[in-house]
Design a protein around this ligand. Structure first.
Ligand SMILES: *[C@@H]1O[C@H](CO)[C@@H](O)[C@H](O)[C@H]1NC(C)=O
Ligand SMILES: *[C@@H]1O[C@H](CO)[C@@H](O)[C@H](O)[C@H]1NC(C)=O
Ligand SMILES: *[C@@H]1O[C@H](CO)[C@@H](O)[C@H](O)[C@H]1NC(C)=O
Ligand SMILES: *[C@@H]1O[C@H](CO)[C@@H](O)[C@H](O)[C@H]1NC(C)=O
Ligand SMILES: *[C@@H]1O[C@H](CO)[C@@H](O)[C@H](O)[C@H]1NC(C)=O
Ligand SMILES: *[C@@H]1O[C@H](CO)[C@@H](O)[C@H](O)[C@H]1NC(C)=O
Length: 291
């Protein structure tokens, strides 16, 4: 109870606070004399000016040394990720489920593919530079000889996907049980997928579940090959016209028309067993067509 008795009234506390703000006895304002306040303000002002200056200098030096054409820090020797379109996700994985007799259902898939393939439109790609591209050879460019200080890029047109181009069959096989999927490998600056003596990288799909439900798999372009002329990639700024090479796979579904598939981009330089990145070098998805 002693503590309660010592409790001061509100008026006393206000008075204390007032004395703290302005103490006329020793002429201090908030515990310091005005002169001291001026000194301390000047000190902090100088301190912050110096800090800001150092910070700006550091940023300036960093920006000055950065190469605008390539990221400076690539933490490790990277292996590219692989993706599949139509990219309709189920709970975790890509699940390409559709109903052949429900136009809305398969139109969803064809719309995704049409949208994805837009940059590969033949007319758009023919405006692309496509300069000195030699099939089967890496397109190494040490100079910026394309217009606007850039590098040339080889074109990839939808037509190269044959029956999966959407030209002859605008449904991409989704109005029946022959769906096409498109496989893309992510870009990595300066990455060469194989050495010159090895065969070029190619897509190989394997059936993980439902072997009896897949009669046939067809690859476009021929052999599922990603031609060497699309490598190396020099970065967005150096190669603004670059498009990733694609591989389309057409599945002939039979029986229960349902399967789990894994598509891998095969090459010595592309790893696919990274536990932490299930999409490195490969992509898993399920396919299911109902009537
Ligand atoms: C597929 O679509 C048709 C027509 O809309 C419908 O009658 C049928 O029940 C659907 N099938 C399944 C498995 O949902
Ligand atoms: C490419 O795009 C243009 C304009 O968007 C369109 O007129 C043309 O039909 C397309 N070509 C093909 C082959 O899809
Ligand atoms: C294109 O190839 C020709 C013949 O190989 C070569 O002379 C020319 O310098 C090349 N041009 C560019 C821009 O690489
Ligand atoms: C699917 O569409 C293509 C192209 O429009 C057509 O030739 C084919 O007959 C259609 N198939 C079915 C089962 O409707
Ligand atoms: C290319 O790679 C293969 C397999 O990794 C290796 O055996 C061969 O020596 C390599 N060739 C060159 C020229 O580096
Ligand atoms: C594709 O992968 C399967 C399973 O790993 C293998 O048996 C088959 O030989 C491969 N095909 C090609 C063309 O590499």
């Amino acid at each position: 109870m002693a503590a309660l008795k010592e409790k001061r009234t509100c008026g006393q506390r206000c008075e204390d606070f007032g004395r703290f703000v302005w103490n006329s006895d020793n002429g201090t304002f908030m515990g310091r004399t005005p002169v001291k306040w001026v000194y301390i303000s000047l000190y902090y002002l100088a301190f912050y000016v110096v800090m800001t200056g150092l910070f700006c200098l550091a940023i300036y030096v960093l920006m000055y040394t950065l190469d605008p054409y390539a990221p400076d820090y690539q933490d490790r020797l990277k292996s590219p990720g692989v993706m599949v379109w139509p990219d309709t996700y189920g709970e975790e994985k890509v699940e390409i489920n559709y109903n052949t007799s429900d136009k809305c259902s398969w139109m969803k898939m064809t719309n995704i593919l049409n949208k994805f393939l837009e940059p590969y439109n033949d007319t758009a790609q023919h405006e692309c530079y496509n300069h000195n591209c030699t099939k089967g050879k890496y397109y190494i460019q040490n100079t910026f000889s394309a217009p606007d200080h850039t590098k040339w890029a080889c074109s990839f047109t939808k037509s190269m996907l044959g029956p999966c181009s959407g030209h002859e069959d605008p449904t991409f096989g989704y109005n029946c049980s022959m769906p096409c999927v498109v496989i893309k490998m992510n870009r990595i600056i300066n990455f060469l997928p194989t050495n010159e003596t090895e065969p070029p990288p190619y897509v190989n799909c394997t059936i993980l579940e439902g072997h009896d439900n897949v009669d046939k798999m067809e690859y476009f372009p021929e052999g599922g090959i990603m031609d060497r002329s699309y490598f190396p990639y020099y970065g967005k700024q150096a190669q603004p016209m670059y498009v990733n090479p694609l591989v389309a796979v057409r599945f002939h579904l039979v029986g229960e028309r349902s399967a789990k598939i894994q598509c891998r981009v095969v090459s010595h330089q592309i790893s696919y067993q990274n536990y932490h990145d299930p999409y490195e070098g490969k992509v898993d998805f399920s396919l299911k067509a109902v009537k």
